[in-house]
Design a binder for this molecule. Structure first.
Ligand code: DMJ
Length: 473
């Protein structure tokens, strides 16, 4: 059932891909809903998010992430070298929720206290998607030039990972103080998930060196595709030799595909569109499997095309949004498969790993993952179908029932990862993953409510980490 939101789907301007698959081009703005679709849940979501954020400020000190059960904090990138990751990942959500005191305090921290002159090795991929993306989104929200200066300073510290690579594919780690690089064995998601953050920074600064580095990394992988137009999983960035030949949309490849599509969706880059078409066409033709009438994706050898595994990672659920946004019917079908897995598998929260034949858990935890609601949000923004609002509402209520940590009076301390989704009650761990602040709660709030600070246009762009780089008002 579709809503009467009067959104114009992208599909009206669909182009046809090389193998007959339909791809869509970004459309113009569409009318926003007159009011929130679930204002009750929007208000609850805002309250739960702010309670957790305040717990982070209260209990985690200067650390990166909150442990809501033990009421402590820890560092994400390098122990003893915090950057207040949760604060940075929360800024866009605070802005959209009109939590202005917290938002402005956060901007003050970024401009006046945050320093990236840190003598420690930071993981390049996580630094870009979490910190660079978070700062760029915060800049679009605040228009504070001090925030953009911090984003540029960080990118300049990360750039040696690209410029010191003989192939253009980045080293896995970089020392933010010295620029020393390390980690020659890298995986596709970590090589190819930066073109939109660096593209945005190049636009904002007028310096093309950032986007050029990101594109060179994508192209270096594409040039090493197999004769079947498939790519592997892991590569030596110094020699360009494949270290793992598994073609998959599971991690650690997932967002490599996403950023080929989004390089076109956000930046209009037709090289990225061409690479996306080539690789996704081959992937869909060779690795789509139907199990009990549901669409899933196998992992295959990139050279022989032969299947090696049918295990599904929950993180691959992001692909439903990517495929739907690019005009491919498999997007909606794939989200239906995950919804079926939730219901018929007997879960309230999806497991990290899933056997598509039995719907049994192959990995029983859930790290507060956002992918199921991420793709519900993207599909809803693209086509306006009510089913995605309902799926998001169900999952929100399930996360509230299973992941919430309360004090003795029943007040929310925070939300935690689960170590086992198959027990009743589900088994809680003790970590509020910082991406939960940037992703889950933002998607929920935007679906349920009617933020006057978001365009609700189908060309709004949120990065793989939920940073809004287009669509903030
Ligand atoms: C997020 O950090 C990003 O979405 C990333 O691309 C992979 N998934 C995690 C959260 O599960």
């Amino acid at each position: 059932m579709s809503t009467n939101l009067s959104r114009r789907a992208f599909l009206g301007s669909a182009a046809v891909g090389a193998a007959g698959l339909a791809f869509a081009r970004p459309g113009g703005a569409a009318a926003a809903p007159a009011k929130g679709l679930r204002p009750d849940l929007a208000e609850d979501c805002r309250n739960e998010f702010l309670a957790t954020y305040h717990s982070y400020l209260t209990y985690a000190g200067n650390h990166d992430e909150l442990h809501p059960v033990s009421r402590t904090g820890s560092d994400f990138f390098a122990s003893g070298h915090p950057v207040r990751l949760t604060l940075i990942e929360s800024l866009g959500t605070l802005y959209l929720m009109e939590a202005d005191d917290e938002f402005h305090d956060g901007i003050d921290f970024v401009v006046n206290d945050l320093s990236f002159d840190i003598d420690a090795n930071f993981q390049v991929f996580e630094t870009i998607i979490r910190l660079e993306g978070g700062l760029l989104s915060a800049y679009h929200a605040s228009r504070n030039p001090g925030v953009l200066a911090k984003a540029r300073d960080l990118a300049d510290r990360v750039l040696p990972a690209f410029t010191q690579s003989p192939t253009g594919m980045p080293w896995r780690f970089v020392n933010l103080h010295s620029g020393a690089v390390s980690g020659s064995s890298n995986v596709l998601a970590e090589i190819g998930t930066c073109v939109t953050e660096f593209g945005d920074l190049s636009r904002l600064t007028g310096d093309p060196k950032y986007v050029n580095a990101a594109k060179a990394a994508q192209q270096a992988v594409f040039q090493r595709r197999s004769a079947l137009d498939l790519v592997g999983t892991q590569i030596d960035i110094t020699t360009g030799a494949w270290l793992n030949s598994t073609s998959t949309i599971n991690p650690p490849v997932d967002s490599f595909f996403e950023y080929l599509w989004e390089g076109f969706f956000f930046l209009g880059d037709r090289d990225d569109l061409a690479m996306f078409r080539t690789l996704i066409n081959s992937f869909l033709q060779r690795q789509s499997i139907t199990v009990n009438k549901r669409l899933w994706f196998s992992s295959n050898n990139k050279d022989t095309g032969l299947p090696t595994s049918s295990n599904q990672s929950e993180l691959a659920a992001f692909a439903a949004g990517m495929l739907g946004q690019s005009g491919l019917k498999q997007g909606a079908e794939y989200h239906d498969s995950w919804a079926d897995a939730l219901h018929e598998g007997g879960y309230r929260i999806l497991p990290e790993g899933l056997d598509p034949a039995t719907l049994g858990a192959t990995s029983r935890g859930n790290q507060l993952r956002p992918e199921y609601v991420d793709s519900a949000f993207t599909l809803w923004l693209t086509n306006g179908h009510r089913v995605y609002v309902d799926r998001a509402a169900e999952y929100y209520e399930n996360q509230r029932a299973t992941c919430r940590v309360a004090d003795a009076n029943g007040n929310t301390i925070g939300y935690t990862i689960l170590t086992d989704v198959t027990t009743r009650p589900e088994t809680q761990g003790d970590l509020t993953s910082a991406y939960w602040c940037a992703e889950n709660m933002k998607y929920y709030y935007l679906i349920f409510g009617r933020s006057p600070r978001f365009s609700y246009a189908p060309d709004a762009y949120l990065t793989t980490e939920g940073a809004v780089l287009r669509g903030l008002l």
